[in-house]
Write a protein that binds this ligand. Structure first.
Ligand code: HEC
Length: 213
């Protein structure tokens, strides 16, 4: 046996020896796990049962009073408290882009009933499919409606109008109201005070002396 032959035979023997460790040609033992803490989480997985809570759920709702980042503080309005509605106002002032966004939101959520030009004759009503006449936001009573009452209508709904609180965040509600107030101011309503003179955020308010109605 020359040197090459003996190397081949020796390596064959080693291979057979290694294979024989694996009984039945099947590896049933996964062997060592690298970083087992990462393979098997020590924390409870989101949808597993959790003995530490009485309802056994691992996924918890946020603690009461938790406020998401960049979201307005709660308004504390209670449904039906019309005096609180009237007292509610906003310090939001919107630039052109934000006002345009308010208009876009209005067209998505409100225009179908209140009409694209706010006359209460949107396609849902004019087609006869919706029984109650939506408020004509260009009408005398609504032209002078205070913004807090409008806000409450969005938050809680009014009569046959449902609540839009799950669709519109606080800022978006005020954007929609600012859009309505802008159109109203051009149709006999009180002066528009929710905008900035330019589209630059934080610039001067158009008419800070006007009363918030
Ligand atoms: C499904 C139709 C419908 C949609 C959509 C709708 N409304 Fe209304 N809205 C009504 C009706 C109907 C009334 C009249 C309710 C009443 O006086 O009983 C009303 C009333 C109102 C009022 C007057 C509230 C009051 O106190 O008298 C405001 C303001 C208003 N809506 C704003 C909005 C805004 C803003 C949106 C979009 C976020 C919207 N509505 C979406 C049907 C709708």
């Amino acid at each position: 046996m020359n040197k090459t032959q003996s190397i081949v035979v020796a390596s064959l023997l080693v291979s057979v020896g290694l294979m024989s460790c694996n009984s039945g040609n099947m590896r049933r033992n996964p062997g060592k796990i690298y970083t087992p803490d990462m393979t098997y989480s020590r924390a409870y997985d989101a949808y597993t049962q959790n003995p530490n809570f009485s309802d056994t759920q691992t996924s918890r709702v946020p603690i009461k009073g938790t406020i998401a980042n960049n979201i307005d503080l709660p308004d504390h309005l209670v449904e039906g408290d019309t005096n609180a509605y009237k007292a509610l106002s906003t310090s939001y002032r919107f630039n052109d882009a934000e006002l345009t966004e308010g208009g876009r939101l209005y067209m998505i959520y409100c225009g179908i009933c209140h009409g694209t030009n706010l006359d209460g004759n949107g396609p849902l009503y004019s087609s006869g499919k919706f029984p109650a006449m939506p408020a004509n936001l260009k009408d005398g009573k609504y032209l002078s409606m205070n913004v807090g009452t409008m806000y409450a209508a969005i938050k809680f709904g009014k009569g046959l109008m449902g609540s839009y609180s799950s669709q519109l965040q606080t800022k978006q509600r005020w954007q929609v109201i600012a859009f309505i107030k802008k159109i109203q101011s051009e149709n006999g309503g009180s002066p528009y005070i929710y905008g900035t003179t330019t589209s630059t955020p934080g610039s001067a308010i158009v008419d800070s002396a006007a009363t918030v109605n």
